[in-house]
Design a binder for this molecule. Structure first.
Ligand code: GLC
Length: 741
C-alpha cells in the first residue's frame, strides 16, 4: 500500500512515472547490495559464455554450474532458448540471494528471422524499416529467453579490408547515427522489462573500425578531433536513444586500451554524456589489457578496467580471480565495486527478473515467434530495399517477360546458409525458412521460364572443371544470372582480407561465361565492398546483394522481375583496388587537391590509379531515371538563429515508378580546422510515380553547420559554405550560402 501511495504522490506532483520507477529500482538495488558479500558482488561482475556456441576462446567448462549455485556469475552469453536459459536460471536461483542472471546474445541482424547484414540494411537508407527489423529481432530474442543483445555495432568504417565492416552502417557519421538510434529504439521497444524487448548494447566503444591496415583488433591512432567528429557521434546517438549498455572495444586508442580508457568511459561516456547503464568488456578484453602491454598481470588488468568504469568482465576471469583481493588490499575502493554491482542490479530490476526470474522463459511465446509471416514479410521488404543496382546496360533489368530460358550459374546460386551472412544465429533444427536465390528466382519467373543451373566453380579453390558445363548451360539460355562473391565467413570478426577480389576461380568463371556472348546479370554476395573491375566490365547488369538473410531469394526475385524497383544506395565507398583503402567521400581537400579525376603529378593521389572510388558513397541506380533541377534557397545568408530552406525539383524521367534517396551535403570552405569536401547532412527517400516531379525541401539550421574545433568545442563558424543536393556524393547540383554572426 505504501508503494502505491508513494507513486500516487509522485504522479500528483507531475513527476514522471519512470523517474519514480527508476528511483524505486535504485532503492531496491541498494536493499540487495546491503545483503551481499564481497564475493557475491564480484560474482555479479563476471560473465561467461555458455556451451552452445562461442565467439571467442571458450573457457574451461564444468565449473560454471558450481559458480552459478554459489552466486559467482552475474550473466551468461551464448545460451539460447527458453529451455536452456530456464535450466541455468534455476541454478542461479539456488544461490544464497537468488540474484537472477542476465542472458546476453549477439543478435546482430535478426534472431529467428534473419535480415540483411547491417551494412546491407544501411544501403536501404530506410530508417523506419531498420527500426522495424530490430523490433522484430528483439521480440523474437526476448521470446527465447534473451534479455540483452550485444548490438547495435556502430563502428564507423572506411576500410573494406576490415572484416567487421559488414556489421556496421558504413563510413558516414550522420547516416550511422540515425541508424544507431533506430536500432536501439527497435530493440528496446516500449522499454526493457516488456517481454518483447531486449536491452541493447552499443559497441565497440570506441573507434574500433579505424584499426590500422584494416587488420582486426589492430591499434587505433587518431586525433581527438577525428574521434569526436566522425567516430563518437553514433555512440552519443545510441546513448541519447536510451541504450541500456555499452561494450568496450578490443583496440587501444592512442596507446590506451579502450577497456582501461578512463577518458573514453569515465570522462566522455559517464561524465559528459551522463550514461548510467552497464559497461561490459568485450570477450576477454580485460585480460587483453596485458597483451596490449598496458598491465603486467591479470590483477593489474582487473584494477585498470574497474577503475576505468568497466562494470562486467566478459570471459577473462580477471575480476573473478583478483577483484576481491584488490579491494581487500585497498587498491580498488569497495565503493567502485558497489557502483558497478548496483548498475547491474538496477537493469535486472528494470527487466523484472527479481519479480520473476523466468519472465522471459515462456515456451508458448517462444514457439509463436518461429517463421512468423509478418516477420518474413518485413525481412523481404528490407532485403529488397538493401539491394544496390550498380550497372544496367541497355536496361537488361528488369528481365523481359519474353525471356524463355535463364541460366543460373555460380557457387551461391543454390547456397542456403551462406545467404545469412556472418553473425547469423545457428539453430540446431532446420525448421527456419531460408529462401535460396535459385528458389526465389524460379518462383518469381514462373513456370513459363526454363531455369538451367551450373555451379561453375567453388567459392575459393582452383578447380575449373565446372567451367565447361557452365558455358554449355549459358549457351542454351537467353540470359545468364551469375551469383558470385566471398563466403559468408570471409567477412565478420577476425576476417580481414588483404585481397578484396572475388576468391578462387570466380573471376575466370565470369570471363568464361562472358565468352559465350550471352548477356550477364552479375549478383555479388559479400559482407564488404569487393574489387571486381574485370567482372564489372564483362557484366551487363550488376546487383550488389550483400547477404540478404531469410528472404534472400524472394527479394532478389522481386528485383530481377521488376516487382520491386531497386532503390539501394551504397553506405560505403567501393575502392578500385585494395591499394586505395581506406577511402571515403568526406575526406579533406588537402593542399594539393587534384583538379580532375585523372592521374596527375604533384597532387594528392597515385601515379598508377585514379583517385575516385569504383563506386562512390550514396551511389545506386534505379530501373528508372531521376533528373534534378537547380537548387533554390530561401536566402543565401543565415545567422545563428536562421533557417535555410533548400528546394529542388526532382523528376522521375523513366517508365517505372521508383524511390530515390535525395541526398544533401555541405562544405564549410574555411574554418578553424580543415573541413571535408562534403558532409552528408540530410536525406529523404521519396517515391515517384513514373513521370512525376516533386519539389524536395530541406531545412538547415546552424546546428547542421557545427563541427568540433581544435579545442573540441562543438561550434559553427561564420563563413562561406557550399550546399550540394543529388543522387550520390559524386553527382550533385550545388549552390552557395553564407553563415554570418
Ligand atoms: C566478440 C565480439 C563482440 C561480441 C562478443 C560476444 O568477440 O567482438 O562484438 O559481442 O565477442 O560474442
Amino acid at each position: 500500500m505504501k508503494k502505491q501511495l508513494f507513486l500516487l504522490i509522485l504522479l500528483a506532483n507531475g513527476i514522471s512515472f519512470s523517474q519514480a520507477q527508476r528511483k524505486t529500482f535504485a532503492q531496491r538495488a541498494d536493499s540487495v547490495l546491503k545483503l551481499m558479500t564481497l564475493d557475491e558482488k564480484v560474482g555479479q561482475l563476471n560473465q561467461y559464455s555458455g556451451d552452445w556456441a562461442h565467439t571467442g576462446p571458450i573457457t574451461k567448462d564444468g565449473d560454471k554450474q558450481t559458480q552459478l549455485r554459489n552466486g559467482q556469475l552475474g550473466s551468461m552469453l551464448n545460451v539460447m532458448g527458453v529451455q536452456h536459459t530456464r535450466e541455468i536460471q534455476e541454478m542461479a536461483m539456488q544461490s544464497r540471494l537468488k540474484i537472477p542472471l542476465l542472458f546476453g546474445q549477439d543478435v546482430i541482424h535478426g534472431f529467428r528471422t534473419t535480415f540483411p547484414i547491417p551494412l546491407g540494411q544501411a544501403a536501404s537508407w530506410d530508417i523506419t524499416a531498420i527500426e522495424l527489423a530490430e523490433r522484430i529481432a528483439g521480440t523474437e530474442a526476448a521470446a527465447s529467453g534473451i534479455h540483452w543483445t550485444f548490438s547495435p555495432m556502430v563502428d564507423i568504417a572506411r576500410d573494406a579490408r576490415w572484416g567487421r565492416v559488414m556489421e556496421g552502417s558504413g563510413e558516414d557519421t550522420y547516416l550511422g547515427s540515425l541508424i544507431a538510434a533506430a536500432r536501439v529504439r527497435g530493440f528496446q521497444g516500449k522499454g526493457i522489462g516488456n517481454t518483447d524487448a531486449v536491452m541493447a548494447c552499443v559497441k565497440h566503444y570506441a573507434a574500433y573500425g579505424a584499426a590500422v591496415g584494416g587488420r582486426d583488433y589492430n591499434s587505433v591512432d587518431m586525433s581527438l578531433n577525428t574521434l569526436w567528429q566522425y567516430y563518437l557521434p553514433p555512440f552519443k546517438a545510441a546513448v541519447d536513444a536510451g541504450v541500456g549498455s555499452v561494450m568496450n572495444s578490443f583496440n587501444t586508442l592512442n596507446g590506451i586500451p579502450a577497456t582501461a580508457n578512463i577518458y573514453l568511459v569515465k570522462d566522455i561516456l559517464k561524465k559528459q554524456w551522463k550514461f548510467d547503464g552497464i559497461v561490459v568488456s568485450d570477450w576477454g578484453s580485460v585480460g587483453g589489457i596485458i597483451r596490449h602491454g598496458y598491465a603486467a598481470t591479470y590483477k593489474e588488468a582487473a584494477m585498470d578496467a574497474i577503475l576505468a568504469g568497466c562494470d562486467m568482465d566478459m570471459e577473462s576471469r580477471a575480476y573473478k580471480d583478483h577483484l576481491a583481493k584488490l579491494v581487500k588490499e585497498g587498491k580498488v575502493p569497495l565503493k567502485l565495486v558497489d557502483e558497478s554491482v548496483k548498475r547491474i542490479l538496477i537493469k535486472k530490476f528494470e527487466l523484472g527478473l527479481f519479480d520473476d526470474p523466468y519472465k522471459f522463459s515462456n515456451e508458448a511465446r517462444e514457439e509463436a515467434q518461429k517463421n512468423v509471416p509478418a516477420h518474413m514479410a518485413a525481412a523481404r521488404d528490407l532485403s529488397r530495399k538493401s539491394i544496390v543496382l550498380l550497372k544496367n546496360e541497355n536496361h537488361l533489368l528488369p528481365l523481359s517477360a519474353q525471356i524463355k530460358t535463364v541460366a543460373m550459374i555460380g557457387p551461391f546460386a543454390k547456397a542456403v546458409k551462406d545467404n545469412l551472412g556472418f553473425w547469423s544465429m545457428e539453430w540446431p533444427d532446420d525448421s527456419l525458412t531460408i529462401v535460396t536465390q535459385w528458389d526465389g528466382i524460379k518462383n518469381a519467373l514462373g513456370r513459363n521460364t526454363e531455369m538451367l543451373y551450373a555451379k561453375g566453380c567453388n567459392i575459393n579453390d582452383t578447380d575449373t572443371s565446372g567451367f565447361a558445363e557452365a558455358m554449355e548451360v549459358a549457351a542454351k539460355a537467353d540470359v545468364v544470372i551469375m551469383s558470385v562473391g566471398e563466403a559468408r565467413d570471409m567477412s565478420g570478426e577476425a576476417k580481414s582480407r588483404s585481397n578484396l577480389h572475388l576468391p578462387g576461380m570466380q573471376e575466370a568463371l565470369i570471363k568464361a561465361v562472358h565468352s559465350t556472348g550471352k548477356k550477364i546479370v552479375l549478383m555479388i554476395n559479400a559482407g564488404r565492398p569487393l574489387v571486381f573491375d574485370k567482372a564489372a566490365a564483362q557484366a551487363d547488369a550488376i546487383l550488389y546483394t550483400w547477404w540478404l538473410g531469410s528472404q534472400a531469394g524472394n527479394a532478389i526475385g522481386d528485383v530481377l522481375t521488376g516487382a520491386y524497383n531497386p532503390s539501394g544506395k551504397l553506405p560505403i565507398s567501393f575502392p578500385r583496388t585494395e591499394g586505395q583503402s581506406p577511402i571515403y567521400y568526406n575526406h579533406l581537400n588537402t593542399g594539393h587537391a587534384a583538379a580532375s579525376d585523372t592521374i596527375n603529378f604533384y597532387v594528392t593521389g597515385y601515379i598508377d590509379l585514379r583517385n575516385s572510388p569504383a563506386y562512390p558513397f550514396g551511389y545506386g541506380l534505379s530501373y528508372t531515371g531521376f533528373s534534378y533541377g537547380d537548387i533554390k534557397l530561401n536566402k543565401t545568408t543565415i545567422n545563428s538563429s536562421g533557417k535555410l530552406v533548400a528546394d529542388i525539383s526532382v523528376t522521375n524521367t523513366g517508365n517505372a515508378d521508383g524511390e530515390e534517396t535525395v541526398q544533401l551535403y555541405i562544405r564549410d570552405l574555411a574554418a578553424s580546422v580543415s573541413r571535408p569536401v562534403k558532409e552528408l547532412k540530410k536525406f529523404q527517400k521519396i517515391f515517384f510515380k513514373k513521370g512525376e516531379t516533386k519539389t524536395v525541401s530541406f531545412t538547415l539550421t546552424v546546428e547542421d553547420l557545427k563541427f568540433y574545433n581544435d579545442q573540441l568545442k562543438y561550434v559553427a563558424e561564420p563563413g562561406d559554405f557550399k550546399l550540394f543536393i543529388g543522387t550520390n556524393s559524386d553527382n550533385v547540383k550545388e549552390t552557395d550560402f553564407k553563415l554570418i554572426k
